[in-house]
Design a protein around this ligand. Sequence first.
Ligand SMILES: Nc1nc2c(ncn2[C@@H]2O[C@H](COP(=O)(O)OP(=O)(O)OP(=O)(O)O)[C@@H](O)[C@H]2O)c(=O)[nH]1
Ligand SMILES: [Zn+2]
Length: 441
Amino acid sequence: MSEVTHVLPHAQRAASTLLPTRHGTFAMLGYHVDGTELVALAVGLDEPPVDVLPWVRIHSECLTGDAFGSLRCDCGEQLQAALAAIMDHGYGAVIYARGHEGRGIGLIEKLKAYALQDAGYDTLDANLALGHPGDARRYDQAAAVLADLGLTKIALLSSNPTKQEALEDFGIEVAQRLRLGVPDRPENVFYLNTKRARMRHDSPPTEVIPATDAWGGPAEVYDALAAEGPQLVIAQLGQSLDGFIASRTGDAGPVTGSEDHVHLHRLRSLVDAVVVGAATVIADDCRLTVREVPGRNPVRVVVDPQARVPLEASVLSNPEARTLWLVGASAPADLAAAGHVKIVRMPTDGPFAPSDIVRVLLDRGLGRVLVEGGGRLVSSFVEAGSLDRLFVTVAPILLGEGVPGIRFDGADRVADARRGRPRSFKLGNDVCVELNLRAPV
Ligand SMILES: Nc1nc2c(ncn2[C@@H]2O[C@H](COP(=O)(O)OP(=O)(O)OP(=O)(O)O)[C@@H](O)[C@H]2O)c(=O)[nH]1
Ligand SMILES: [Zn+2]
């Protein structure tokens, strides 16, 4: 931690209430700090978990982004993603920093800066041309609120190292900094790239997401996933109307249509890691990369307790993306994998518990996970309660017999079936059902 170089102003806690949101109910605290009104939306403060860092976002007020949904900046999406992530994490707070509007120059001055940007200036030069500093924000008030909340050692949700350093100057220990995965858009990509090039922002650029819903399913499905924050486990299966993901011979010909293929690539583009079982790799020789839509390739994760996947398989031989090869404790010790492949020896001979797989990935910074097949692996995640969302695309064909999709030790009574909040949409002639398994039905 760096030296504490400044003294904090007094944070006067003046109001305390509850705020139900679409992400859940937050404690909402209102503060007066040095003539400015700040609010905190907090969760989990009454019973802080042991050895867990609170997740904190210091969100700079942005009327245009936060309230109007402007796409000139990424503030609105960052705010929603932060609320979702912190609620999901169960411990932390968003400090909504009034007085930060326009990086501290105020609303109307920001609009003047926008007008200059309309004429070709970038976001930094526009501020300078108006006689303002590039960034005029102060962080002592937010730090004082954090101190009052007892959040003095935190994980900060931000792409801005300056923010981290400023908080540390005021005695807040930033033990970790996490970036929210909000996509670049055509309307804000120049702005975001300027911040990367000139204002020290270190969010990795994403491929630009066109403002269109012509990819796979409707945009709101993917926007909702993008807003889910750094930890998310989803699964996708394509199956026949009678519930098979492949024919009786295991023929790997696609069951669902091309729109579902695009949808799958879209899901891959939204995660850090895509997980498949050994049998699926052997049957399909899948590449697991993002090709149908713009986006980064996720890390490929092969669940292979007996190390059965041959070295010639695409995921092990083609270095177009990184691969983690999860093998069992007794798998051969002399596996000679290529440089892009990392062998992870699990403590047991398998089958590996979904929670152990998720943990191994999380330890490597891979918090957003797509389980892509086969049926048994996805089923084990369903059964273990390890999935946040399940997508099943149903094609209007009947196979009669084949490789089953989801099968697990089910309920005796229909009333006890697994349920989630459903949403369904068409993918060509197929129908995709998304089950949000964390949302109350
Ligand atoms: N002056 C000015 N302010 C802007 C502009 N675009 C967004 N802002 C303001 O910038 C603030 C948000 O700061 P950002 O640079 O987006 O992000 P950050 O807070 O530094 O970093 P993160 O924590 O990663 O979000 C908000 O107060 C916005 O109103 C602009 O073009 N000019
Ligand atoms: Zn903004």
